[in-house]
Ligand binder design. Structure first.
Ligand SMILES: [Zn+2]
Ligand SMILES: [Zn+2]
Length: 343
């Protein structure tokens, strides 16, 4: 029997050489990072060069089939680590379906106990299946295969704001890095900046679906991502992504990819170079915009323009916000300067 097996292997080898087929002798050295299009929500899958799987969030139940597809098409049956960034529906709802269908090594979550959304059901499902749950703590790190994950936030007692409780993770593989800040707002961004926790990264998962309350200029200037990914639903009611955030990203020259325009966004890296493919649309060519041009804004419904820092700008609905590339352009639109901020 043993000899027969040996003969078979040798014959196969000879066949392959004869017909020029290649035999994969070593596993791929590439890390794959997939931002899954789950509409208005977040879900990112990381497959390490060793074939280990990490899943950060899984969107809402109604969109979870996209996560199933991403896992199944890669033959993944076991997820080594699930990161539940924070207990909001658009991040953890689909994770319940995932727990029901796949083997899971462990869960990392911030430990913000909320009675709403899917949080209680998610924790119950994990406990029922005996999946270990670890609370994320800033300063801790985790190695999954050759990929390192550093937890940068939350630290100490959790803030009242659920978004600000988001786990912030920096993933590194060779000189490649990606930052996943969940839905944190500028308050936490400032804490991370003041603690000097942030460095330049290859990829930024833009916080909170491109909300105006996150991705401050100071934050983006520190992380300076080559690529920025906005996970966002078509025509969502929140006005995500904000025109201000898009402008700030173009000021730093980052290549912006969006799940609403690009579908699934797939990065592959050997730890040095990065390749990217998208399931729809095209990869934009960066046109770096000069910083001062983001200074003048107006509402679609008003004949006044403002400095972007004017207090009245906060009352403009994101969907109505117009950003001018210069003061001249604002004047040309037929608008007069605001009497408060006097632009
Ligand atoms: Zn949230
Ligand atoms: Zn969210």
């Amino acid at each position: 029997m043993k000899n027969l097996f040996r003969l078979l292997v040798i014959s196969l080898f000879v066949l392959c050489i004869t017909f020029g087929l290649s035999i994969p002798l070593v596993a791929s050295q590439e890390l794959e990072l997939v931002f899954i299009d789950v509409g208005q929500g977040d879900s990112a899958l990381i497959v390490t060069p060793e074939g280990k799987a990490i899943l950060i969030d899984a969107g809402e139940t109604g969109q979870v089939s996209a996560v199933f597809k991403a896992l199944n098409s890669r033959g993944i049956e076991h997820i080594d680590v699930i990161v539940a960034s924070h207990p909001h529906m658009d991040h953890i709802d689909g994770l319940i379906d995932i727990l029901e269908a796949y083997g899971v090594g462990k869960i990392i979550e911030p430990g913000k106990a909320v009675s709403s959304d899917s949080y209680p059901a998610f924790i119950l499902e994990a406990q029922k299946r005996g999946i270990p749950i670890e609370l994320a703590k800033a300063g801790s790190s985790l190695e999954v295969g050759s990929v390192k994950m550093d937890v940068l936030s939350p630290a100490g007692s959790l803030p009242d704001d659920v978004d600000d409780c988001s786990i912030v993770i920096k993933l590194s593989y060779g000189s490649f890095s990606a930052l996943f800040p969940g839905d944190i707002g500028s308050v936490v961004e400032n804490v991370l900046l003041s603690e000097n926790e942030l460095t330049q990264v290859s990829i930024l998962k833009v916080s909170h679906h491109g909300s105006i309350t996150s991705s401050s200029e100071a934050f983006l200037n520190r992380v300076m991502p080559k690529y920025s990914v906005i996970s966002v639903g078509n025509d969502n009611g929140y006005g995500h992504p904000s025109a201000f955030v898009l402008m700030r990203l173009s000021v730093i020259g980052s290549i912006v990819l969006r799940t609403d325009l690009n579908g699934d966004i797939i990065f592959r890296t050997d730890g040095r170079t990065i390749g990217v493919t998208v399931s729809k649309g095209s990869i934009p060519v960066v046109q770096k915009v000069l910083a001062p041009s983001s200074k003048y804004v107006a509402s679609k419904n008003s004949d006044v323009f403002h400095y972007s820092t004017c207090s009245s700008v906060k009352t403009i609905k994101p969907g109505n916000l117009i950003v001018f590339t210069s003061r001249e352009e604002a004047v040309k639109s037929g608008r007069r300067p605001c009497s408060i901020c006097k632009p």
